[in-house]
Each structure stands twice: as C-alpha cells, then as structure tokens.
Design a protein. Structure first.
Length: 299
C-alpha cells in the first residue's frame, strides 16, 4: 500500500472510531460527534508533535536563541505544516498533485521526499519552482520503509524516465530529510551520473536519534553511527553540494547531524523540519543554488 493510501485509511478509521465514541459513549448527535472526532484528531496530532519537540530538545545541538515569540511562531508554523502534510496533502494527494508537467529541457530539477512521505509534500515547492521557469519532476519512494539503497534504485528509474521524457542531459537533485540520503545513495551507485547540484533540506547526514523510534529498515539506517551512514560517507558529491540545516529541527537531532564534510552548510534558524517544505527562505536559497548552476528554462 502506498503512503497516501495508508494515511487516508488510517485517518478515515480514526475519524470513524472517534465519531462512534462521540455518539455512542458521550451521547452527542451525529454532527456534534463528527465535530468531536475532528477535534480529537487534532488533539492527537498536537500530542504527537509535543512528544517530538520534547524528544528533539533532549537531544539538541547548540542553536541561536529565538526568544519566546520566535519559539511560539516556529512551533505553530511547524504544527500547521505537520497537519498540511499528513492530514491534507498526503492522504488526498490525488486532488493536489497532478502528473509532473514535463517538457523538453536540457536540465530538470527532481524533488525527492523524505521518510514516511510521498511526492505530495512537494506541492508548494513544485508550483513555485515551475513559476520561476524550472522544469520540475517528483518521485514517490515505495515501499515507504524499504532499505535506502533500494529506494535509490527507485530514484534511478525515475531519473531515467524523466531524462527520456524531456531529453535532459542533467538532473539537479533537491532532497528533503531522508530524500537527501536517497539522493546520495544514488550518486554512490552512479558516480558518473550527470548531477551538477545536490541540495538537501534537513537531511540527517550523520543520523538522528529520533530514527531509533521509527519503523522499517530505512529508520535503522538513519540512526547515528549506523554502518549505512558510514559507508555512504565514502560516496561522491556533485560539484555543487549544499545542506540547508534547520538549526532548531524537531525530527533531526542532534541538529548538527545535518552537516556533512564537502557540503556547503547553510543554517536556517527558527524553522521546523516540515515547515521547510513551505519556507520562503529555504526556497530562496534553493533558487539561488539553481541559478548558480543553470538559468531557468522558460517557454
């Protein structure tokens, strides 16, 4: 089952259970019971985020001070991004993410999503990169909890498809979270690939303590000091390699684990892990890196 289908099924089941509780146990009328279910779903998500933030703070690297208002803004923005991704964009991906609009181009930007997600998380980025004149492709890495090297094979197949559809000579990779590791695994397996740029967003290049709580082979590979990460460190990097590091990240902790020798380190303060997928600052850095390697291709 794909991640969007799984999330849709889980949310539907969750709503059904809470609606039944609201009606059968609490005695609410059906409309009120459904409203209760919606509130319960939001409350559960808030508790999940609270746990994640608490865990990340317990394993945090040193970071710039934000102040009370900065922290409040970041927490609320990250919670909104969490809901947008896992309640709206992913479960209802078919409504938001149409097939990639590929056309003939010399270079294509390929967006690679992270752990437990799908191409749907790139809805905001894809629209804005296309508006800037870039030809943009996406990929869904299935099965969701597979070995990262196996997911690199999925990425490799997608690169071949995109290159055949567009005639592109080069592909520029932008990976969020685990997507950066999948991109590096692809480069390790394909050292001669024509990839002039790799940009990673909040990627656990040196692992994340939170991965110990994750499901699947890929979660084990993202644990700090894992054999996979040690082997991956020996792989090549493209001429332009940039790591956008969320200094207050709630999923990658310690946050300094986003640094990697050979990659330009660009720290972004006051932005959460998922909020990077809707961050104008992150997008501006990406556009600058893309412009440094090639100009946008307009019709």
């Amino acid at each position: 089952m794909t991640m969007p289908a799984l999330l849709f099924a889980l949310i539907a089941l969750e709503l059904l259970i809470w609606t039944t509780v609201g009606h059968g146990v609490l005695g609410h009328a059906w409309p009120a019971a459904f409203a209760f279910a919606l509130a319960a779903v939001l409350a559960v998500r808030a508790l999940q985020q609270t746990f994640i933030w608490g865990f990340s703070r317990a394993h945090a690297s040193a970071a710039p001070r934000l102040g009370a208002w900065g922290w409040l803004t970041m927490l609320l923005t990250e919670f909104a991004a969490y809901l947008a991704c896992f309640v709206v964009l992913l479960p209802l991906e078919g409504l938001w993410m149409r097939p990639d609009r590929l056309r003939p181009a010399r270079r294509v930007v390929l967006l690679v999503h992270g752990y437990g997600c799908s191409r749907g998380v790139w809805w905001w980025w894809r629209r804005r990169l296309e508006a800037a004149g870039h030809v943009v492709a996406t990929v869904s890495l299935d099965p969701p909890w597979a070995d990262i090297d196996a997911l690199a094979g999925v990425l490799s197949a997608r690169i071949r498809e995109v290159s055949a559809a567009t005639g592109a000579e080069e592909v520029l990779l932008i990976g969020h979270s685990m997507g950066g590791l999948v991109s590096r695994a692809y480069l390790k397996d394909n050292p001669d690939a024509r990839v002039p740029l790799l940009m990673t967003l909040a990627t656990p290049h040196r692992g994340s303590a939170l991965a110990r709580l994750g499901m699947g082979r890929n979660a084990r590979q993202m644990e700090p000091a894992s054999p996979f990460l040690a082997a991956l460190a020996k792989g090549p990097l493209p001429p332009h390699a940039v790591s956008l590091r969320a200094t207050h990240d709630d999923f990658v902790c310690p946050q300094d684990g986003q640094k990697l020798p050979g990659m330009q380190d660009v720290p972004l303060a006051g932005v959460g892990h998922l909020a990077l997928l809707f961050s104008g600052r992150a997008l501006a850095h990406a556009c600058a890196s893309l412009a440094a390697t090639h100009p946008p291709e307009r019709n």
